[in-house]
Ligand binder design. Structure first.
Ligand SMILES: [Mg+2]
Length: 179
């Protein structure tokens, strides 16, 4: 958190994009149905949604932006998470990956960023669970997000992006309605 604060001051980023990983950038839930030896093996072998990857890479190229990955995993997954991001062509440092113990803590984290950062904050997270049991559910606290002064893009948006035939000339500003 402190690191983020300092890095925002140094970078003078005009916008922060906070991306979830599982089921937003990584096609995670099918992996829960496979027989895989270890958690590490499962997480390092996740397939990537190429459209979301394309957008994130574009966002990162623009110096106005700061991209942070916010994921509900175990703390010890930090390195496997970073290595996976690098393996799919997303160059990030371990300081740009924030791991929280449960999804609800993500909202606390977003609120704390909102408190000290008064510029544009764009948050992309499906905030869903239970896909692997064929009965996808949304976290009840999704509604808390809508009262925050941020742009939130949730499950339907993510699905539409990842399922689309995305024009490679498209600009991320248009996708995220950024002026
Ligand atoms: Mg997710």
């Amino acid at each position: 958190m402190l690191y983020l604060y300092i890095s925002l001051l140094i970078n003078k980023a005009e916008r922060i994009f906070i991306f979830d990983i599982d089921n937003t950038l990584a096609n995670t839930w099918p992996s829960l149905t496979y027989n895989i030896n270890s958690r590490k093996e499962r997480l390092s072998g996740l397939s990537v949604f190429i459209n979301m990857r394309f957008l994130i890479r574009q966002i990162m190229q623009d110096k106005k932006n700061k991209v942070i990955f916010l994921t509900s995993r175990n703390n010890y997954d930090l390195f496997v998470t970073c290595n996976w991001l690098r393996s799919v062509g997303i160059n990030c440092s371990i300081f740009d990956v924030i791991i929280v113990g449960n999804p609800k803590t993500k909202i606390r984290y977003i609120k704390s960023v909102v408190r000290f950062y008064n510029q544009q904050l764009i948050y992309i997270d499906d905030l869903t669970y239970n896909h692997e049991r064929g009965n996808m559910k949304k976290y009840s606290f999704v509604k808390d997000i809508y009262s925050l002064p941020i742009q939130y893009f949730g499950y339907k948006f993510i699905l539409a992006i990842n399922d689309a035939k995305l024009d490679r000339n498209i600009k991320y500003e248009n996708i995220f309605s950024i002026k």
